[in-house]
Design a protein around this ligand. Structure first.
Ligand code: ADP
Ligand code: ZN
Ligand code: ZN
Length: 727
């Protein structure tokens, strides 16, 4: 008899402890099992088993209750190796979440412990020789010879009709079997990459990184300074030393160009992990990695969990990017996981960015990381000239349009020359809401504290947080007046205005609404690349990583919106966006220009962003971080307290605050405060922030709170988020 430890995820109750079940056969660690729990059939995850010579009756006598038997073992091979199982355990402690939630995050959807599915393995009929012998007819002989050649011979691809094959099978010389086929995602790349000789600077960086082991290096290099070529060279060197590489890229909405470049250089030795793949493709890529068929994994955040063995190097491009932080449980920072994996494998980590996070740069300056600087573009091309327009001055001059006079002028010139322009609206800018002119009421979502957004194409109002949709109303829900007005600058409205002003121009609008289908992103960008449109108008989705030859003008319509986000990183995010977006102009042979519209023309994030002056920004920002006591001067954890009942949230929040004040010393506690969006999907949310230096004490107290609120009482739920990003 075997006693099996099984992790179970059950409803909202996060069961951290494994449960014991019986099995007559040994059950491996890392396979999924079906078990009975609370009269429900659930899927659990086996942590391995122990042999006992007691019978189930004797066990029941010994322990005072009867164990259930495992109903079914779902997988015949473990889904995760020992390293990753151990990692999930470490993660669960670090992020105060259950281990099974961490396991969920590591596996492709089809393999998550929760899902009982064993994904259909795609296969096709193939033929192979099973016995040596003499075929009878001439065609049979020819086919026999053909089947002797190495490789898989799919029946549908055989250059012969079906009868000679049938003959060979009847004679027992050949068998037909099911050959598994794997869906390797096809990536088309638009750029040609020739063999490149690294510059001396690039080569020195590669050598420097290769000379040391178990180190973290930060490459601070402006866009176009040749970082990607360094990643490629490092990868090649690693492969020649029989080590494997994980290459991480931000989760941008586009098929990342990095994937295409790696595919092109290393072919099928690369597995891809990102959200644009189908479930089946992801599953197959996962198995290719697990079966050690590839040596390189390229992908977004979750690729850090790729079951790659023998890792020599983990690269994080655009290391400052917010998408490296997971915003649902487990709320991990990819770099933290990378450090854990690098430690296990004695691997190096390379971080690259044109605008490193101030935390990373501070560590590099202190010597905790090795710092490499690449201050110039490869082609020595200067960054485009950037002008800041003060929108308050525009208004003073009686110019109230969404486009400043300079913006209009530059757009006109660009179009006249037959060149292309990118216009950028910050994330939140696309909200256009409806307001009653009589009572002043703004139409809100009944489930969330957010205004509903007007969508012209469907003439409807939508909540961008919960998806609630109603047809456009004709009367104010509050006072029944019909004087409703649409307010705000949405991409749709700007598109209209642009059409009126430049009626000959073709415009591609690229935002959440126009890119809802899997291939929209690529289709729209390809159309722009083929110069089927003059202007690309979009949200910050288009700011990063794009490279269009003919773009010579970039306009930022409202640089201030990220500044207004209540997050200690708001200046950093504004700076990043502006510095990045400037790099989009004049990538080709022609020189580009940039115009930034703002109401804060003197803010350092905007001034330095316009010049892409990282050092100057870094120095100012560090002053602010020090003064306001924020990372890297301390650590930060946000406790979100949530409940469907407002009074429960308020009571719990004030209880928790009192408890924290009593238990913790040498920390700073902020709040409780209502979240910017207080009610979301009918749940009320409040937040307490703890700023701390010593983790031990804080961890102990957080674990106690988690235990009480998430396991003992169900009235409120508590979420801990370390160094959070706020929306
Ligand atoms: P980054 O990743 O820093 O933005 P890339 O590595 O993409 O920069 O390089 C920018 C451009 O310069 C690319 O077109 C790349 O092919 C080219 N490039 C990079 N290194 C070299 C080199 N050593 N010689 C010639 N061209 C290079
Ligand atoms: Zn809503
Ligand atoms: Zn009204």
């Amino acid at each position: 008899m075997y006693i099996v430890s099984v992790l179970i995820e059950h409803g909202t109750n996060r069961l951290s402890q494994p449960f014991s079940y019986l099995s007559n056969n040994e059950v491996m660690e890392g396979v999924r099992v079906r078990v009975m729990f609370n009269h429900q059939k659930l899927i659990g995850y086996s942590l391995g088993c122990q042999y006992t010579n007691l019978s189930s009756k004797e066990l029941a006598m010994r322990d005072g209750f009867r164990y259930n038997y495992i109903l079914e073992v779902i997988d015949d091979k473990p889904l995760l190796n020992k390293e990753l199982v151990a990692l999930s355990e470490q993660m669960s402690k670090l992020y105060i979440t259950s281990q099974i939630v961490c396991l969920q995050a590591m596996l492709p959807k089809a393999l998550k412990p929760k899902s009982g599915k064993s994904v259909a393995i795609k296969s096709q009929k193939a033929a192979r020789i099973i016995q040596k012998g003499e075929a009878t007819t001439k065609t049979q002989k020819a086919l026999y010879q053909y089947l002797l050649t190495p490789g898989i011979h799919f029946v549908k691809d055989l250059p012969y009709s079906s009868s000679p094959l049938k003959g060979l099978v009847e004679q027992g010389l050949v068998e037909i079997y099911d050959q598994e086929i794997k869906r390797i995602p096809q990536i088309s790349s638009t750029q040609e990459h020739h063999a490149i000789t690294l510059t001396k600077q690039q080569q020195d960086i590669v050598d420097g990184i290769m000379a040391r082991s178990e180190r973290i290096s930060l490459i601070h290099g402006v866009t176009g300074s040749g970082k990607t070529e360094i990643y490629l060279a490092l990868t090649k060197r690693m492969l020649s030393e029989n080590k494997n590489v994980i290459m991480l890229v931000p989760e941008i909405a586009l098929t990342p160009m990095m994937v295409a470049i790696f595919k092109e250089r290393f072919g099928d030795d690369v597995a891809i992990f990102h959200s644009r793949l189908s479930e089946g493709e992801r599953y197959d890529e996962y198995r290719r990695i697990a079966a050690r068929e590839v040596h390189i994994v390229v992908g977004a955040r979750s690729a850090i969990f790729a079951p790659l063995m023998n890792i020599g190097l983990i690269i994080m491009d655009e290391e400052h990017d917010a998408s490296y932080k997971q915003e649902s449980a487990p709320r991990y920072a990819t770099l933290t996981i990378a450090k854990m994996r690098a430690k296990y494998h004695h691997a190096n980590i390379v971080l690259g960015s044109a605008t490193p996070s101030v935390e990373s740069y501070a560590r590099a300056l202190k010597g905790v990381y090795d710092l490499y600087e690449l201050p110039e573009r490869i082609n020595k091309k200067p960054l485009p000239a950037c002008t800041i327009v003060d929108m308050a001055q525009e208004a003073k001059a009686n110019h109230y349009g969404l486009l400043s006079r300079l913006m209009e002028e530059r757009l006109e010139q660009t179009l006249e020359k037959g060149e292309q322009a990118i216009l950028l609206l910050n994330k939140r800018g696309y909200a256009s809401f409806v307001k009653c002119e009589d009572c002043g009421e703004v139409v809100k979502c009944p489930h969330c504290d957010v205004t509903l957004t007007y969508h012209k194409s469907e003439n409807s109002l939508k909540c961008h947080y919960c998806g609630y949709t109603v047809p456009m109303i004709s009367h104010c829900p509050h006072c029944h007046s019909s004087a409703l007005k649409r307010i705000g600058i949405g991409t749709q409205r700007i598109e209209e205005e642009l059409h009126q002003r430049f009626y000959n121009a073709k415009i591609i609008r690229y935002d959440y609404d126009t890119t809802r289908n899997k291939n929209d992103h690529v289709r729209l960008l390809e159309a722009f690349e083929k110069q089927e449109a003059n202007i690309l108008l979009g949200t910050q989705m288009i700011a990063k990583g794009l490279d269009f030859e003919n773009v010579t003008f970039v306009g930022v319509l409202n640089a201030d919106l990220t500044l207004a986000i209540p997050d200690y990183r708001s200046s950093e995010r504004t700076f990043d966006l502006l510095a990045q977006v400037g790099g989009r102009s004049g990538r080709g042979k022609k020189t580009g220009t940039v115009v930034i519209q703002t109401y804060n023309p003197d803010h350092y994030a905007i001034v330095d962003g316009a010049k892409a002056d990282y050092r100057s920004f870094y120095n100012e920002e560090m002053k602010f971080r020090k003064l306001a006591y924020y990372p890297p001067y301390c650590h930060l954890v946000a406790l979100t307290i949530q409940s469907a009942r407002e009074e429960d949230v308020e009571k719990a929040a004030s209880d928790i605050k009192d408890y924290l004040v009593r238990q913790l010393h040498q920390v700073r506690i902020l709040g409780p405060a209502k979240l910017t969006i207080y009610k979301l999907q009918d749940i009320y949310r409040m937040r307490i922030m703890i700023k701390y230096k010593q983790a031990d004490e804080v961890f102990k107290v957080l674990n106690q709170l988690d235990d009480f609120y998430n396991h003992k009482t169900r009235k409120v739920a508590l979420v801990c988020d370390f160094n959070p990003y706020t929306a």
